[in-house]
Design a protein around this ligand. Structure first.
Ligand SMILES: [Fe+2]
Ligand SMILES: [Fe+2]
Length: 316
């Protein structure tokens, strides 16, 4: 028989009572590791997520669209920063996390390994990709680890703006010329299935799910969140007068939800394993940006050092 440590009982009690776990509190190693992995992966996703959209800043169709897109991409950088800070409270340095991303050891959301081919992709990403992210993130505002939950509250406010701007971009295209309508439909066709994959493997194949639920790291399963997403988007698409590329999509009166087709799981695992259309390009871009920013980090450190020295001298 295994005995449960009193600290562990106390820890689980706190979670059951909806109290937050804070950085200095005792926590099981596995809880620390799971949160560290999840929060750092999330941070990496925000930062890598800037790349496909950053690709269109110079080609935005108007000054207004360019300003909106720049603001959105900057928001994602901010999300990355809050999340790296939250992850650091679990005891890993930012340098280590970034090294792990660049070496391929750490993962980020596979959705960002798909290319952005037309301007309509900016709309589809905001509407579908940020839309899928929101469902996950709203749940995470109540996650049990305090710094993560608080970061998510701020992030969610910005994400809802992202989704609305994406939808509005598509709405304008959907009322445009025949070419614009076709571009809108094509972007939806290409982003729909990868967006569904963002919720991760099926519950029956998801490894850490039960423990994460017990620790209230997550509160809804992958399949539940995916279903919520399908139900939301299947209604919203009617306003665009477009269709989703799934012949099995159908309202199920009995379940009060939409039925939908099977995800191509081979494609999912292939992209996770690093063989998606843009995996290499994304990591190369991150590495290059990091190397080119080395002098900024060195200058900031030298400046902080100098300031500290002045402080020590004047305090003496
Ligand atoms: Fe974000
Ligand atoms: Fe976003």
């Amino acid at each position: 028989m295994t005995t449960i440590h009193p600290l562990e009982i106390n820890f689980q009690d706190k979670i059951d009572q909806e109290a937050k776990i804070e950085p200095k509190d005792w926590m099981p190693d596995a809880y620390r590791k799971t949160n560290l992995r999840q929060i750092s992966q999330h941070a990496h996703s925000e930062v890598v997520g800037m790349l496909p959209e950053g690709n269109w800043i110079t080609r935005a169709p108007s000054l207004k669209r360019k300003a909106i897109l720049i603001a959105k991409v900057q928001d994602e950088a901010g999300h990355g920063l809050y999340l790296y800070c939250a992850a650091e409270t679990l005891g890993q340095s930012r340098e280590q996390m970034i090294d792990d991303l660049h070496s391929g050891k750490a993962k980020y959301s596979s959705i960002f390994n798909y290319p952005t081919l037309t301007w309509a992709d900016m709309g589809a990403i905001g509407w579908l990709v940020d839309g899928a992210a929101i469902l996950n993130q709203v749940m995470l505002c109540r996650t049990s680890y305090g710094p993560y939950a608080r970061a998510m509250v701020r992030i969610c406010k910005e994400e809802s703006f992202h989704q609305r701007q994406g939808f509005e971009t598509l709405l304008v295209l959907s009322k445009g010329t025949e070419e614009q309508k076709a571009m809108c439909q094509d972007a939806i066709n290409r982003w729909w299935w990868p967006s569904l994959m963002m919720f991760g493997p099926k519950d029956s194949e998801s490894t850490n799910s039960d423990q994460s639920m017990k620790w209230k790291i997550k509160r809804k399963s992958n399949d539940e969140l995916r279903q919520n997403f399908v139900d939301m988007i299947a209604e919203q698409i009617k306003l665009l007068g477009m269709t989703l590329p799934d012949s099995h999509l159908k309202w199920n009166e009995q379940r009060g939800s939409y039925d939908f087709g099977e995800i191509n799981w081979d494609e999912f695992w292939n992209v996770v394993k690093g063989n998606g259309p843009c995996n290499k390009e994304r990591i190369d871009a991150r590495r290059k940006a990091h190397e080119e920013g080395a002098w900024v980090r060195e200058a900031a450190l030298a400046y902080a050092d100098k300031k500290n020295k002045i402080k020590t001298v004047s305090a003496a």
